[in-house]
Design a binder for this molecule. Structure first.
Ligand code: BES
Ligand code: ZN
Length: 459
């Protein structure tokens, strides 16, 4: 593969410039203001595939478009479905960015921009690796199908419909996603478990308008006070969720898996320093890695009520609302969580307050078996790219399409993360290490080779 490795070396700075081009497009899927920019990012991705001579479609949906592309047929070779997303999280809070979120900036070997690691930079590695094959060898050793969506950060509703109606077109032997992280700098990982999610918005309404808190306080129930009490009741001081039945289906961690987690070189002090906290908490009886990767959690994601401006204002607000979510582990059912949650909240609702609970999106957790020959092939490719064998980990984030691939297409996913835990995904100053970008491209280029040999072994 020296010709391909050489192509990658020679193209390194152009690849970075191309990533910067994509990062300059503010493709924030959650905010309608950016609708045209989201489409522009989809078109940019589609143009990449067209340049490689791949059959490419920008598929319209009820929301943002999906890019589907296919490399020319290689008869007898396995088919790999590569998934990625070109949409990004909102960049807020803007004032915390050292350089503006949509002006990609190189600092200390990193590229800073919203979407750098999640997922534009990681996704692009699988396009540039294909380019290297096409430009040096004239063709790929495997059949590649790319499914790159623009709604991952808002729940992927239209993607599932697309998968349902394009099962034949999407048929593949295995899927590949790079939208996760390494275990640590220079220690690559293959992720075999992800959490699910159940996300809600809660709206509480009290009096017909804001009131003077002196005149009316103590008699009229305050929606903000109620919101605080309701949310506080959902989990105890250790974070253990109090909804009836919440833990009923949770698969306990096996002794083996606990041992494997414990054997990983996780440094709790370093972890605390990385996030800037003096201590960590969580469900009793579980290690930090176990809590992060394999135990369900509850987190408030946003709170809105009352006066937020400068100075003091003695107001009893008419409304209060919150966004919050549960991270789920395999076998927990988001629909069951919704039912239990709604009942739990209504039972505790004081007089004078009305409640609306909006079910935003839900997806189950997933664990992928490590026994397939594709996993071994991926491990070999990652070792080529990073110069070090990957460790096998679980992660706390969610990529619901992994479950959809299993259920709708019958295939497992190789989760090959090139990011780092301190890449500030979903936070200010998101970054991607340029070295990891290039190691990712190299791993991916080797992956097409190692995966092509899996089928040769099977045949
Ligand atoms: N790249 C993340 C998923 C991820 C994060 C995996 C951290 C492993 C570790 C992805 O883009 C993401 O943020 N997904 C959402 C999914 C949700 C909107 C359904 C998430 O996890 O919040
Ligand atoms: Zn992502």
């Amino acid at each position: 593969m020296s010709d391909i490795d050489q192509y990658l070396t020679e193209s390194a700075s152009r690849f970075e410039d191309e990533l910067c081009e994509l990062l300059r497009i503010p493709s924030v899927s959650a905010d309608g203001k950016f609708k045209a920019d989201v489409r522009r990012a989809g078109e940019w991705v589609a143009a990449q595939f067209r340049q490689l001579g791949f059959a490419t479609q920008l598929c319209e949906t009820a929301g943002h478009p999906i890019v589907f592309a296919e490399s020319p047929q290689v008869p007898g070779a396995p088919t790999v479905l590569v998934y990625g997303h070109y949409d990004v999280q909102p960049p807020d809070p803007l004032q915390e960015w050292i350089s503006p979120p949509f002006e990609p900036t190189r600092r200390n070997g990193n590229l800073y921009a919203r979407g750098a690691t999640d997922d534009k930079g990681q996704m692009l590695t699988h396009i540039k690796s294909a380019e290297a094959w096409v430009k040096t060898r004239g063709k790929l050793p495997v059949n590649l199908k790319y499914l790159i969506e623009g709604e991952e950060e808002v729940g992927s509703d239209n993607l599932y419909k697309f998968i349902d109606s394009h099962k034949t077109q999407l048929a593949a032997d295995v899927a590949v996603i790079s939208d996760t992280s390494q275990f640590g700098p220079g220690q690559p990982a293959i992720t075999y478990g992800l959490k699910g999610i159940a996300y809600y918005e809660l709206h509480l309404t009290g009096p017909k308008q804001d009131l003077h808190s002196g005149t009316f306080g103590g008699a009229v129930t305050n929606p903000a006070n109620t919101l605080a009490k309701l949310l506080a009741a959902i989990a105890d001081a250790d974070g253990r969720v109090q909804l009836p039945g919440f833990y009923d289906q949770v698969v306990p961690l096996s002794a083996d898996e606990r041992q494997q987690f414990a054997a990983l070189p996780f440094d709790e002090q370093e972890f605390m320093a990385q996030v800037g906290v003096a201590g960590v908490t969580g469900e009793a009886g579980y290690s930090t890695l176990e809590r992060k990767w394999a135990r369900p959690t509850f987190d408030i994601n946003g709170l809105t009520s009352g006066y937020q401006g400068e100075g003091a204002k003695t107001v009893l607000p008419a409304k209060a609302s919150a966004k919050f979510s549960f991270r789920l582990v395999p076998n927990q059912d988001p629909a069951q969580v919704s039912a239990s949650l709604e009942k739990f909240l209504r039972e505790r609702l004081p007089p004078g307050i009305t409640l609306e609970l909006v079910d935003m999106h839900g997806a189950p957790g997933v664990v992928i078996p490590l026994t397939s020959p594709y996993v071994a092939a991926a491990a070999e490719a990652v070792e080529q790219g990073f110069g070090r064998a990957p460790v096998f980990i679980r992660e706390g984030g969610s990529i619901p399409v992994v479950t959809a691939f299993r259920e709708k297409l019958g295939i497992d996913t190789l989760l090959l993360g090139w990011g780092l835990n301190d890449d500030n995904m979903h936070s200010p100053n998101e970054k991607f290490s340029l070295a990891d970008f290039h190691r990712g491209i190299k791993s991916s280029a080797h992956l097409w080779d190692t995966l092509s040999r899996v089928q040769a072994a099977k045949a």
